[in-house]
Design a protein around this ligand. Structure first.
Ligand code: HAM
Length: 419
Protein backbone atom coordinates (compact mmCIF):
# COMPACT_ATOMS: atom_id res chain seq x y z
CA UNK A 1 0.00 0.00 0.00
CA UNK A 2 1.26 3.43 -0.88
CA UNK A 3 1.48 5.93 1.95
CA UNK A 4 0.92 8.79 -0.49
CA UNK A 5 -1.86 11.09 0.66
CA UNK A 6 -5.13 10.76 -1.25
CA UNK A 7 -6.08 14.40 -0.80
CA UNK A 8 -4.03 17.54 -0.52
CA UNK A 9 -4.25 20.90 1.16
CA UNK A 10 -2.29 24.10 0.59
CA UNK A 11 1.09 24.01 2.37
CA UNK A 12 1.30 25.31 5.93
CA UNK A 13 1.46 29.09 6.00
CA UNK A 14 -0.02 29.51 2.52
CA UNK A 15 -3.57 30.09 1.37
CA UNK A 16 -5.77 29.97 -1.69
CA UNK A 17 -7.33 33.14 -2.94
CA UNK A 18 -10.80 32.52 -4.37
CA UNK A 19 -13.69 34.77 -5.44
CA UNK A 20 -14.97 37.08 -4.06
CA UNK A 21 -11.77 37.74 -2.05
CA UNK A 22 -9.61 37.32 -5.15
CA UNK A 23 -11.66 39.99 -6.94
CA UNK A 24 -11.27 42.50 -4.10
CA UNK A 25 -7.59 41.63 -3.91
CA UNK A 26 -6.99 42.26 -7.58
CA UNK A 27 -8.85 45.56 -7.29
CA UNK A 28 -6.52 46.58 -4.48
CA UNK A 29 -3.41 45.62 -6.45
CA UNK A 30 -4.67 47.51 -9.50
CA UNK A 31 -5.35 50.57 -7.37
CA UNK A 32 -1.77 50.45 -6.08
CA UNK A 33 -0.26 50.22 -9.53
CA UNK A 34 -2.53 53.04 -10.78
CA UNK A 35 -1.56 55.32 -7.90
CA UNK A 36 2.10 54.50 -8.43
CA UNK A 37 1.83 55.16 -12.17
CA UNK A 38 0.16 58.53 -11.52
CA UNK A 39 3.26 59.48 -9.50
CA UNK A 40 5.64 58.34 -12.26
CA UNK A 41 6.45 54.84 -11.00
CA UNK A 42 6.69 52.26 -13.80
CA UNK A 43 6.08 48.60 -13.02
CA UNK A 44 8.99 46.22 -12.44
CA UNK A 45 8.99 42.44 -12.15
CA UNK A 46 11.91 40.33 -11.04
CA UNK A 47 12.20 36.54 -10.69
CA UNK A 48 10.67 34.83 -7.70
CA UNK A 49 14.05 33.26 -6.91
CA UNK A 50 17.51 34.83 -6.92
CA UNK A 51 21.07 33.80 -6.16
CA UNK A 52 21.20 33.49 -2.39
CA UNK A 53 24.00 36.08 -2.27
CA UNK A 54 21.59 38.83 -3.38
CA UNK A 55 19.89 38.53 0.00
CA UNK A 56 22.93 37.61 2.09
CA UNK A 57 24.79 40.67 0.85
CA UNK A 58 21.80 42.91 0.22
CA UNK A 59 19.53 42.31 3.20
CA UNK A 60 22.34 41.26 5.55
CA UNK A 61 23.33 38.08 7.34
CA UNK A 62 22.55 39.36 10.83
CA UNK A 63 18.89 39.92 9.94
CA UNK A 64 16.32 37.32 11.06
CA UNK A 65 15.02 37.18 7.50
CA UNK A 66 18.36 36.00 6.08
CA UNK A 67 19.56 34.13 9.14
CA UNK A 68 16.45 32.10 9.85
CA UNK A 69 13.63 32.53 7.36
CA UNK A 70 14.87 31.96 3.83
CA UNK A 71 13.69 29.17 1.55
CA UNK A 72 17.09 28.24 0.13
CA UNK A 73 17.79 25.34 -2.19
CA UNK A 74 20.57 24.09 -4.43
CA UNK A 75 19.59 23.94 -8.09
CA UNK A 76 20.67 21.21 -10.50
CA UNK A 77 23.79 23.20 -11.40
CA UNK A 78 24.88 23.25 -7.76
CA UNK A 79 24.02 26.95 -7.31
CA UNK A 80 22.45 28.21 -4.10
CA UNK A 81 19.09 29.83 -4.85
CA UNK A 82 16.56 31.49 -2.56
CA UNK A 83 12.87 32.27 -2.95
CA UNK A 84 12.78 36.03 -2.54
CA UNK A 85 11.93 37.07 1.02
CA UNK A 86 11.55 40.70 -0.06
CA UNK A 87 11.64 42.84 -3.18
CA UNK A 88 14.13 45.66 -2.67
CA UNK A 89 17.42 43.78 -3.08
CA UNK A 90 16.15 42.05 -6.27
CA UNK A 91 14.97 45.37 -7.76
CA UNK A 92 18.38 46.91 -7.04
CA UNK A 93 20.11 43.83 -8.52
CA UNK A 94 18.02 44.23 -11.68
CA UNK A 95 18.73 47.98 -11.96
CA UNK A 96 22.49 47.39 -11.59
CA UNK A 97 22.55 44.39 -13.93
CA UNK A 98 20.80 46.28 -16.72
CA UNK A 99 22.62 49.56 -16.08
CA UNK A 100 19.34 51.38 -15.64
CA UNK A 101 21.14 53.67 -13.19
CA UNK A 102 23.39 54.93 -16.03
CA UNK A 103 20.31 56.49 -17.62
CA UNK A 104 18.22 59.35 -16.23
CA UNK A 105 17.92 59.33 -12.45
CA UNK A 106 16.04 58.69 -10.33
CA UNK A 107 14.63 55.36 -11.42
CA UNK A 108 11.10 55.05 -10.01
CA UNK A 109 9.61 51.56 -9.90
CA UNK A 110 6.55 49.87 -8.43
CA UNK A 111 5.88 46.17 -7.94
CA UNK A 112 3.37 43.65 -6.68
CA UNK A 113 4.15 40.02 -6.07
CA UNK A 114 4.62 37.12 -3.69
CA UNK A 115 7.45 36.91 -1.15
CA UNK A 116 8.52 33.91 0.93
CA UNK A 117 9.66 33.69 4.54
CA UNK A 118 9.75 30.58 6.67
CA UNK A 119 8.10 32.08 9.74
CA UNK A 120 5.74 30.53 12.26
CA UNK A 121 2.31 31.04 10.66
CA UNK A 122 -0.34 32.99 12.54
CA UNK A 123 -3.04 35.54 11.79
CA UNK A 124 -1.53 38.01 9.32
CA UNK A 125 1.72 36.03 9.03
CA UNK A 126 2.25 33.63 6.17
CA UNK A 127 5.09 31.77 4.52
CA UNK A 128 4.03 32.99 1.12
CA UNK A 129 2.71 36.51 1.34
CA UNK A 130 2.13 39.32 -1.11
CA UNK A 131 3.68 42.76 -1.15
CA UNK A 132 3.02 45.88 -3.16
CA UNK A 133 5.94 48.26 -3.06
CA UNK A 134 7.68 51.20 -4.67
CA UNK A 135 11.33 52.20 -4.89
CA UNK A 136 13.12 55.41 -5.90
CA UNK A 137 16.69 54.66 -6.90
CA UNK A 138 19.24 57.43 -7.44
CA UNK A 139 17.66 60.18 -5.35
CA UNK A 140 19.37 61.37 -2.18
CA UNK A 141 17.22 64.42 -1.44
CA UNK A 142 14.71 64.44 1.44
CA UNK A 143 11.91 65.17 -1.02
CA UNK A 144 12.27 61.59 -2.33
CA UNK A 145 11.68 60.31 1.22
CA UNK A 146 8.61 62.52 1.55
CA UNK A 147 7.26 61.46 -1.85
CA UNK A 148 7.61 57.77 -1.05
CA UNK A 149 6.01 58.08 2.39
CA UNK A 150 3.11 60.19 1.10
CA UNK A 151 2.47 57.67 -1.68
CA UNK A 152 2.20 54.81 0.82
CA UNK A 153 -0.01 56.90 3.12
CA UNK A 154 -2.38 57.79 0.27
CA UNK A 155 -2.68 54.18 -0.87
CA UNK A 156 -3.35 52.89 2.64
CA UNK A 157 -6.03 55.58 3.08
CA UNK A 158 -7.60 54.71 -0.30
CA UNK A 159 -8.13 51.16 0.96
CA UNK A 160 -9.91 52.54 4.01
CA UNK A 161 -7.20 51.28 6.35
CA UNK A 162 -6.50 53.36 9.42
CA UNK A 163 -2.81 53.10 10.15
CA UNK A 164 -0.33 55.23 12.08
CA UNK A 165 2.95 56.17 10.53
CA UNK A 166 5.95 55.63 12.81
CA UNK A 167 9.02 57.54 11.70
CA UNK A 168 12.67 57.47 12.70
CA UNK A 169 16.13 58.15 11.35
CA UNK A 170 18.70 55.47 12.00
CA UNK A 171 21.56 57.58 10.64
CA UNK A 172 24.41 56.28 8.51
CA UNK A 173 26.97 53.63 9.51
CA UNK A 174 29.85 56.12 10.08
CA UNK A 175 31.78 56.39 13.35
CA UNK A 176 30.37 59.89 13.98
CA UNK A 177 26.78 58.64 13.69
CA UNK A 178 25.21 55.16 13.96
CA UNK A 179 28.63 53.56 14.50
CA UNK A 180 29.15 55.49 17.71
CA UNK A 181 25.55 54.92 18.77
CA UNK A 182 25.88 51.17 18.30
CA UNK A 183 28.97 51.16 20.51
CA UNK A 184 27.08 53.11 23.17
CA UNK A 185 24.14 50.75 22.88
CA UNK A 186 26.39 47.67 23.04
CA UNK A 187 27.91 49.01 26.27
CA UNK A 188 24.41 49.52 27.69
CA UNK A 189 23.44 45.95 26.69
CA UNK A 190 26.58 44.50 28.30
CA UNK A 191 26.02 46.55 31.47
CA UNK A 192 22.47 45.17 31.67
CA UNK A 193 23.17 41.67 30.37
CA UNK A 194 21.85 39.93 33.49
CA UNK A 195 18.47 41.66 33.10
CA UNK A 196 18.09 40.77 29.40
CA UNK A 197 16.28 37.64 28.25
CA UNK A 198 18.93 34.93 27.65
CA UNK A 199 18.08 34.86 23.92
CA UNK A 200 19.09 38.53 23.62
CA UNK A 201 22.35 38.51 25.58
CA UNK A 202 24.44 38.04 22.44
CA UNK A 203 22.94 41.09 20.69
CA UNK A 204 25.69 43.41 21.94
CA UNK A 205 28.17 41.53 19.77
CA UNK A 206 25.98 40.85 16.69
CA UNK A 207 23.55 43.68 16.05
CA UNK A 208 22.78 45.70 19.19
CA UNK A 209 19.96 47.73 17.61
CA UNK A 210 17.94 44.59 16.95
CA UNK A 211 17.43 44.28 20.71
CA UNK A 212 14.67 46.89 20.21
CA UNK A 213 12.76 44.32 18.12
CA UNK A 214 12.86 41.63 20.81
CA UNK A 215 9.49 40.24 21.87
CA UNK A 216 10.96 38.92 25.17
CA UNK A 217 9.31 40.68 28.12
CA UNK A 218 12.54 41.09 30.08
CA UNK A 219 14.32 42.65 27.11
CA UNK A 220 11.41 44.94 26.25
CA UNK A 221 11.58 46.30 29.82
CA UNK A 222 15.32 46.92 29.68
CA UNK A 223 15.12 48.55 26.24
CA UNK A 224 12.77 51.22 27.63
CA UNK A 225 15.86 52.62 29.41
CA UNK A 226 18.23 52.15 26.48
CA UNK A 227 19.80 55.15 24.77
CA UNK A 228 18.02 56.04 21.52
CA UNK A 229 19.64 57.10 18.27
CA UNK A 230 18.16 60.60 18.03
CA UNK A 231 20.87 62.08 20.24
CA UNK A 232 23.66 60.45 18.22
CA UNK A 233 22.80 61.40 14.64
CA UNK A 234 25.53 63.29 12.76
CA UNK A 235 24.73 66.81 11.58
CA UNK A 236 24.01 65.72 7.98
CA UNK A 237 21.68 62.88 8.97
CA UNK A 238 19.92 65.10 11.51
CA UNK A 239 19.44 67.84 8.88
CA UNK A 240 18.13 65.30 6.36
CA UNK A 241 15.63 64.01 8.90
CA UNK A 242 14.50 67.53 9.83
CA UNK A 243 13.88 68.29 6.16
CA UNK A 244 11.88 65.06 5.66
CA UNK A 245 9.71 65.95 8.65
CA UNK A 246 9.19 69.51 7.39
CA UNK A 247 8.12 68.22 3.98
CA UNK A 248 5.68 65.75 5.56
CA UNK A 249 4.30 68.51 7.79
CA UNK A 250 3.80 70.74 4.75
CA UNK A 251 2.04 67.87 2.95
CA UNK A 252 -0.29 67.31 5.90
CA UNK A 253 1.03 63.78 6.52
CA UNK A 254 0.67 62.83 10.19
CA UNK A 255 3.41 60.76 11.84
CA UNK A 256 4.80 59.80 15.22
CA UNK A 257 8.51 59.95 15.87
CA UNK A 258 9.57 56.56 17.24
CA UNK A 259 13.29 56.62 18.11
CA UNK A 260 13.15 52.89 18.93
CA UNK A 261 12.04 51.92 15.42
CA UNK A 262 14.94 49.98 13.90
CA UNK A 263 13.41 47.77 11.13
CA UNK A 264 14.41 44.18 10.53
CA UNK A 265 16.56 44.43 7.41
CA UNK A 266 20.20 45.49 7.50
CA UNK A 267 20.28 47.78 4.47
CA UNK A 268 18.54 50.78 6.00
CA UNK A 269 20.18 54.17 6.39
CA UNK A 270 18.66 57.42 7.63
CA UNK A 271 14.85 57.46 7.20
CA UNK A 272 13.04 54.35 8.46
CA UNK A 273 9.28 54.04 8.82
CA UNK A 274 6.53 51.60 9.54
CA UNK A 275 2.73 51.63 9.28
CA UNK A 276 0.80 49.99 12.10
CA UNK A 277 -2.94 49.32 12.09
CA UNK A 278 -5.31 48.42 14.91
CA UNK A 279 -7.34 45.21 15.11
CA UNK A 280 -4.67 42.94 13.65
CA UNK A 281 -3.23 41.51 16.85
CA UNK A 282 0.53 41.11 17.07
CA UNK A 283 1.04 41.25 13.28
CA UNK A 284 -0.01 44.88 13.12
CA UNK A 285 2.67 46.23 10.76
CA UNK A 286 0.87 46.66 7.46
CA UNK A 287 4.01 47.96 5.82
CA UNK A 288 7.34 49.59 6.18
CA UNK A 289 10.30 50.99 4.38
CA UNK A 290 13.16 53.38 4.45
CA UNK A 291 16.28 54.67 2.83
CA UNK A 292 18.99 52.23 1.72
CA UNK A 293 21.90 54.35 0.55
CA UNK A 294 24.44 51.51 0.92
CA UNK A 295 22.51 48.70 -0.78
CA UNK A 296 23.83 49.22 -4.32
CA UNK A 297 27.42 49.05 -3.06
CA UNK A 298 26.80 45.93 -1.02
CA UNK A 299 25.56 44.28 -4.25
CA UNK A 300 28.80 45.27 -6.02
CA UNK A 301 27.47 48.42 -7.68
CA UNK A 302 28.38 52.09 -7.38
CA UNK A 303 27.25 54.41 -4.63
CA UNK A 304 23.56 54.90 -5.42
CA UNK A 305 21.06 56.15 -2.87
CA UNK A 306 17.53 54.77 -2.70
CA UNK A 307 14.35 54.73 -0.70
CA UNK A 308 11.17 52.70 -0.84
CA UNK A 309 8.40 50.87 0.94
CA UNK A 310 6.52 47.60 0.82
CA UNK A 311 3.06 46.86 2.17
CA UNK A 312 1.71 43.45 3.12
CA UNK A 313 -1.48 42.80 1.15
CA UNK A 314 -2.87 40.16 3.53
CA UNK A 315 -2.71 42.54 6.46
CA UNK A 316 -4.06 45.45 4.41
CA UNK A 317 -7.01 43.35 3.26
CA UNK A 318 -7.72 42.25 6.83
CA UNK A 319 -7.88 45.90 7.85
CA UNK A 320 -9.45 47.37 4.68
CA UNK A 321 -12.88 48.97 4.88
CA UNK A 322 -13.11 50.54 1.41
CA UNK A 323 -15.85 49.09 -0.76
CA UNK A 324 -13.64 47.26 -3.20
CA UNK A 325 -15.70 45.55 -5.91
CA UNK A 326 -16.31 41.88 -5.09
CA UNK A 327 -17.52 40.79 -8.53
CA UNK A 328 -15.65 40.95 -11.78
CA UNK A 329 -17.83 43.73 -13.16
CA UNK A 330 -20.03 42.23 -15.83
CA UNK A 331 -22.35 44.78 -17.46
CA UNK A 332 -24.73 42.48 -19.26
CA UNK A 333 -25.93 38.89 -19.16
CA UNK A 334 -27.31 37.54 -22.44
CA UNK A 335 -30.31 35.26 -21.93
CA UNK A 336 -30.84 33.08 -24.99
CA UNK A 337 -34.08 31.15 -25.44
CA UNK A 338 -35.51 29.21 -28.39
CA UNK A 339 -34.29 30.75 -31.65
CA UNK A 340 -32.03 33.06 -29.68
CA UNK A 341 -30.21 30.33 -27.75
CA UNK A 342 -26.89 28.77 -28.78
CA UNK A 343 -25.16 30.57 -31.67
CA UNK A 344 -27.44 33.62 -31.43
CA UNK A 345 -26.73 34.37 -27.77
CA UNK A 346 -23.06 33.56 -28.25
CA UNK A 347 -22.74 35.96 -31.19
CA UNK A 348 -24.50 38.75 -29.31
CA UNK A 349 -22.27 38.23 -26.26
CA UNK A 350 -19.14 38.46 -28.41
CA UNK A 351 -20.43 41.61 -30.13
CA UNK A 352 -20.85 43.24 -26.73
CA UNK A 353 -17.40 42.13 -25.53
CA UNK A 354 -15.77 43.41 -28.71
CA UNK A 355 -17.43 46.77 -28.04
CA UNK A 356 -15.80 46.79 -24.58
CA UNK A 357 -18.98 45.87 -22.69
CA UNK A 358 -18.52 43.18 -20.04
CA UNK A 359 -20.85 40.34 -20.98
CA UNK A 360 -21.61 36.76 -19.97
CA UNK A 361 -23.94 34.09 -21.27
CA UNK A 362 -25.31 30.80 -20.02
CA UNK A 363 -22.83 27.95 -20.46
CA UNK A 364 -24.92 25.28 -18.77
CA UNK A 365 -27.96 24.87 -21.03
CA UNK A 366 -30.39 26.40 -18.51
CA UNK A 367 -33.96 27.41 -19.29
CA UNK A 368 -35.07 31.05 -19.10
CA UNK A 369 -35.76 30.92 -15.34
CA UNK A 370 -32.36 29.44 -14.59
CA UNK A 371 -30.66 31.98 -16.83
CA UNK A 372 -32.43 34.92 -15.17
CA UNK A 373 -31.28 33.58 -11.80
CA UNK A 374 -27.74 33.22 -13.07
CA UNK A 375 -27.93 36.77 -14.46
CA UNK A 376 -28.67 38.09 -10.94
CA UNK A 377 -25.84 36.01 -9.49
CA UNK A 378 -23.42 37.42 -12.06
CA UNK A 379 -23.82 40.93 -10.68
CA UNK A 380 -24.70 42.26 -14.16
CA UNK A 381 -26.66 45.48 -14.40
CA UNK A 382 -28.61 44.29 -17.45
CA UNK A 383 -30.14 41.10 -18.79
CA UNK A 384 -30.47 41.06 -22.56
CA UNK A 385 -33.14 38.60 -23.60
CA UNK A 386 -32.96 37.03 -27.01
CA UNK A 387 -35.93 34.70 -27.65
CA UNK A 388 -38.07 33.68 -30.62
CA UNK A 389 -40.00 36.96 -30.76
CA UNK A 390 -36.86 39.04 -30.48
CA UNK A 391 -35.01 37.14 -33.19
CA UNK A 392 -37.93 37.41 -35.60
CA UNK A 393 -38.65 41.03 -34.72
CA UNK A 394 -34.99 42.13 -35.00
CA UNK A 395 -34.80 43.48 -31.45
CA UNK A 396 -33.67 42.42 -27.99
CA UNK A 397 -35.40 42.87 -24.64
CA UNK A 398 -33.23 44.86 -22.27
CA UNK A 399 -34.04 44.35 -18.62
CA UNK A 400 -32.63 46.54 -15.86
CA UNK A 401 -31.91 43.96 -13.15
CA UNK A 402 -31.94 46.56 -10.39
CA UNK A 403 -35.32 48.20 -11.15
CA UNK A 404 -36.95 45.31 -13.05
CA UNK A 405 -38.06 47.60 -15.90
CA UNK A 406 -37.61 46.40 -19.45
CA UNK A 407 -37.66 47.84 -22.94
CA UNK A 408 -37.22 46.76 -26.55
CA UNK A 409 -34.02 47.87 -28.24
CA UNK A 410 -33.31 47.32 -31.96
CA UNK A 411 -30.75 44.53 -32.16
CA UNK A 412 -28.14 46.62 -33.96
CA UNK A 413 -28.36 49.47 -31.42
CA UNK A 414 -27.70 47.52 -28.26
CA UNK A 415 -23.97 48.31 -28.02
CA UNK A 416 -24.71 52.03 -28.38
CA UNK A 417 -27.50 51.80 -25.82
CA UNK A 418 -25.18 50.24 -23.22
CA UNK A 419 -22.00 52.20 -23.97
P1 HAM B 1 9.35 44.35 5.68
O1 HAM B 1 9.05 45.26 6.82
O2 HAM B 1 10.18 43.16 5.94
O3 HAM B 1 10.04 45.27 4.59
O4 HAM B 1 8.00 43.89 5.01
C1 HAM B 1 7.01 44.83 4.63
C2 HAM B 1 5.64 44.34 5.00
O5 HAM B 1 5.42 43.05 4.44
C3 HAM B 1 5.43 44.12 6.48
O6 HAM B 1 5.13 45.33 7.14
C4 HAM B 1 4.22 43.19 6.47
O7 HAM B 1 3.03 43.93 6.28
C5 HAM B 1 4.50 42.34 5.26
N1 HAM B 1 5.06 41.04 5.69
C6 HAM B 1 6.34 40.74 6.00
N2 HAM B 1 6.46 39.45 6.35
C7 HAM B 1 5.22 38.92 6.27
C8 HAM B 1 4.67 37.60 6.50
N3 HAM B 1 5.44 36.57 6.88
N4 HAM B 1 3.33 37.42 6.32
C9 HAM B 1 2.55 38.46 5.93
N5 HAM B 1 3.01 39.69 5.70
C10 HAM B 1 4.32 39.93 5.87
C11 HAM B 1 10.44 44.84 3.37
O8 HAM B 1 10.16 43.77 2.90
C12 HAM B 1 11.23 45.88 2.59
N6 HAM B 1 11.63 45.31 1.30
C13 HAM B 1 10.44 47.15 2.42
C14 HAM B 1 11.18 48.20 1.68
C15 HAM B 1 11.03 48.54 0.38
N7 HAM B 1 12.15 48.95 2.17
C16 HAM B 1 12.61 49.74 1.21
N8 HAM B 1 11.95 49.50 0.14
Amino acid sequence: MSSEPTSFSAPKGTYDLLPPDSVRWQGAVRLAMDLFAAAGYAPVDTPIFESTGVFERGVGETSEVVGKQMYTFTDQGGRSMTLRPEGTAPVMRAVLEHNVHRGPLPVKLGYAGPMFRQERPQKGRYRQFFQVGAEVIGAAAPVADAEIIELAVRYIAALGVEASLLLNSIGHPGGNCRGAYQEGLATFLRDNADRLAPADRGRADTNPMRAFDSKEDATVLVMKEAPTIDAWLCAECAAHFAEVRALLDAAGVAYEIEPRLVRGLDYYTRTAFEFVAGGLGSQNAVGGGGRYDGLAESLGGPSLPGIGFALGMERLMLAASAGLPASVGIDAYVVGVGAGSGAGAFALTLRLRRAGIGAELDLAGRGIKGQMKDASRSGARWAIILGDEEVHGGYVTLKDLASGTQERVPADEIERRLA
